[in-house]
Design a protein around this ligand. Structure first.
Ligand SMILES: [Zn+2]
Length: 68
C-alpha cells in the first residue's frame, strides 16, 4: 500500500489547467510564466481603457503649438 500524497491543485486563471500548488512553482496560481504574463497584460489593457487627465492636457499642449 502506498501512502497517498495530498497535493493541492488550483486552476490556472488563464488556461484553466490544473496546477499543483507547490512552493517551487513561482508562477502559481498560474501554470507557467506565459499564462501569468497574459493575465498581467489583460490588467494593463483594462487600465489603459480608462481615459486619464494626462492625455487631455497633452492634447491641449499640442493644440497650442498648432495655432502659433
Ligand atoms: Zn495556464
Amino acid at each position: 500500500m502506498s501512502s497517498p500524497i495530498n497535493i493541492l491543485t488550483v486552476k490556472c486563471p488563464t488556461c484553466k489547467r490544473q496546477v499543483a500548488w507547490l512552493p517551487e512553482n513561482e508562477f502559481k496560481p498560474f501554470c507557467c510564466e506565459r499564462c501569468r504574463l497574459i493575465d498581467l497584460g489583460e490588467w494593463i489593457m483594462e487600465e489603459k481603457r480608462i481615459p486619464g487627465e494626462a492625455i487631455d492636457l497633452d492634447f491641449e499642449d499640442n493644440e497650442d503649438h498648432f495655432f502659433q
